[in-house]
Design a protein around this ligand. Structure first.
Ligand code: KG4
Ligand code: ZN
Length: 361
């Protein structure tokens, strides 16, 4: 699409239930969020130290009607006023995805509005286009756009040459970046979700206190965090008092005898170094005009500062409310599918990876 091409105006209702957030939003013209309601289940799952799929699915069923109602009310609209519906169809937890998909299919059938299935990663990419407040400074991302999507389930480097055109350069070979944060936080007894907990614990720590490994995987655009995770585990074991050693890893371990701040800061620095280093290298290799970092881990302050310092092209970092799962990003992706007449599949997609083939044009 040429930058000058003007797309038809449209209001899209977005629905997202792929994991532990029940979210509905209305977005106008692929940009302005008229509402963005997110009901997080994080507290419910905290006692399990991670998302409990059955609990997630039941909670989505419980709250989705109220979340939809709130999103329409906040936008001062009724369903009849929206032009189309967009819903996350995967990847995600099957029992959670199906709640949003069924709701969306029901609404589309009942109202006769078109329905667009959206890949969750595609949704995260489009979080960079969302404007939450009129006053929010908003610069449209420019193509070619080098995107790093870092969430609890994904670590992907993608080059976007136009709307809805994606090339996956690489991704994690084992744990996702957010998963590594969650597991290390659990190891250190910091609770769930682990990312914000590690970031907070790291505030008083030295990033160079421990020299944890960085898996550069030269010659590829892939990532690996399992070696880092093991190195932190070994380090914690070595430092832990003898009485704790056999019991590791314990979910309820926060122990003042461990240098938690230094461990958290050093772990975070190792993750950020690799994410920033590879994103910068890919942006140069593919001559990107702009960079985008999205997904839950893009809320991380060290990553946000690190990437901005490392490159001299514009970096898009969604406001914190749009880093983690939300439906405004799904509605924007839906807007482009609607406006450019390129629908994706409507079937549930629970494959762990990104079915990029289905998205490439
Ligand atoms: O995008 P998201 O809400 O859900 C998925 O699609 O997975 O991402 C959730 C992930 C969790 O692993 C969480 O620990 C991580 O994002 N996260 C962070 C921060 N805030 C959330 N990781 C590092 N630093 C943060 N401040
Ligand atoms: Zn996500």
């Amino acid at each position: 699409m040429s930058p000058e091409a003007k797309l038809a105006p449209a209001r899209i209702l977005g629905i997202e239930t792929s994991c532990d957030e029940t979210a509905v939003a209305v977005v106008e013209d692929g940009r302005r969020a008229l509402s963005n309601v997110v009901a997080s289940q994080a507290e419910l799952h905290a006692e399990y130290g991670g998302v409990f799929p059955e609990v997630a699915s039941r909670q989505h069923v419980k709250v989705i009607d109220a979340v939809l109602e709130a999103a329409l009310k906040q936008a001062h609209l009724e369903l009849a006023d929206v032009d189309a519906i967009a819903v996350t169809r995967g990847p995600g937890l099957p029992g959670s995805l199906v709640v949003g998909l069924n709701m969306a299919k029901g609404l589309a059938l009942g109202s006769g509005k078109p329905l667009y299935g959206i890949n969750h990663i595609e949704g995260h990419l489009y979080s960079a286009w969302v404007q939450l407040e009129e006053s929010q400074k908003h610069q449209e991302p420019k193509f070619p756009l080098l995107a790093l999507v870092v969430s609890g389930g994904h670590t992907e480097l993608i080059i976007m040459r136009d709307h809805l055109r994606y090339e996956r350069l690489g991704g994690t070979l084992d744990d996702a970046a957010g998963e590594a944060f969650d597991k290390i936080a659990r190891l250190m007894g910091l609770g769930y979700p682990g990312g914000p907990a590690i970031q907070k614990a790291a505030e008083g720590g030295k990033p160079d206190a421990f020299n944890f490994p960085r898996a550069w995987l030269d010659g590829t655009w892939n990532f690996s965090f399992s070696g880092l995770k093991t190195a932190v585990l070994h380090q914690v074991r070595e430092l832990a008092p003898r009485s704790m050693q056999d019991a590791l890893p314990l979910p309820d371990m926060p122990d003042t005898r461990l240098p938690i701040a230094n461990l958290a800061a050093s772990f975070q620095a190792a993750v950020v170094d690799v994410l920033v280093g590879k994103t910068k290298a890919a942006a140069e290799a593919f001559k990107a005009k702009h960079i985008l970092v999205a997904g839950g881990v893009s809320a991380n302050q060290a990553l946000r500062e690190g990437i901005q310092e490392a490159v001299d092209i514009p970096v898009h970092l969604p406001p914190l409310a749009l880093c983690t799962d939300n439906a405004a990003m799904i509605a924007v992706a839906g807007y482009y599918r609607h406006a450019l007449a390129r629908p994706d599949d409507l079937n549930i997609d629970v494959s762990p990876g990104w079915l990029i083939e289905s998205l490439q044009i």
